[in-house]
Unconditional design. Structure first.
Length: 242
């Protein structure tokens, strides 16, 4: 992995800031290695017996990863809502239309039936006036016709109300699918971040192991060289004595 230090920018810095926050700091996750991030890194290094240089190399990053418990299993941040939406979509009933359950239809029905009754009564009154106040078959027939004219107008709005109800049903379905697609994209992005995190963790583990191996080899070489020097000095002392 690339060492991170003051002035570094990018996703690796953002991941570092998240790790530091998990360790108890309060950094803005902006992907910018500024003064606050540098101070947090130095403090963390000091508290965890690491070289305090403000540079995040394999040792510091591996310490942060280990502090966080390594790599946990992926958990979707939107999985719960996705499951709820999926269940809603798959169990959604097919479209049906019952005018009695439509508030708009009930409004029209009140308006038209009131108007129909008024028209019928007006017609009966006018025809009765023509016959001196007596009811007539013609008057009754005309009144009934006027009443039915308004009732037919009520039936005439049903196709429009049906289409409006279907449009609402269809739009609700489209909204559900759009939200599910958005959540699916968010889950995909979150999983990609998780994979990046895993790669960083694995790289930190590998780099830390390599650094430890190099340090061990260097120590061993130094000890061998020291022993050889001591041996040569011992030999020279014997030769001078002789």
């Amino acid at each position: 992995m690339t060492n991170l230090s003051y002035g570094s920018r990018g996703d690796e810095v953002a991941s570092l800031q998240k790790q530091l926050n998990a360790a108890g700091y309060s950094l803005a996750v902006d992907g910018i290695y500024g003064a606050e991030t540098a101070a947090a890194v130095r403090d963390y290094q000091s508290r965890n017996a690491l070289q305090v240089d403000g540079v995040v190399g394999p040792q510091t990053m591996n310490s942060l990863f280990e502090r966080g418990g390594g790599v946990a299993h992926y958990e979707s941040p939107v999985g719960g809502r996705m499951a709820t939406l999926y269940e809603t979509m798959t169990n959604r009933p097919v479209f049906t239309y019952d005018p009695e359950n439509d508030a708009v239809y009930r409004y029209y029905r009140r308006q038209y039936t009131t108007a129909a009754a008024q028209a019928r009564d007006d017609t009966l009154g006018r025809t009765a006036a023509l016959t001196g106040g007596y009811a007539s078959t013609y008057g009754q027939s005309a009144a009934q016709q006027n009443y039915l004219n308004y009732i037919n107008k009520l039936w005439g709005v049903l196709p429009t109300l049906y289409q409006q109800a279907y449009n609402r049903y269809r739009n609700e379905g489209n909204d559900l699918r759009a939200e599910y697609s958005a959540l699916l994209a968010a889950d995909k992005a979150a999983y990609q971040q998780y994979q990046d995190y895993v790669k960083q963790y694995q790289a930190a583990q590998k780099a830390a192991a390599a650094a430890a191996k190099t340090a061990s080899k260097t120590t061993k070489t130094a000890k061998t060289a020291k022993a050889a020097t001591a041996s040569r000095r011992g030999g020279n002392a014997v030769a001078m004595t002789v």
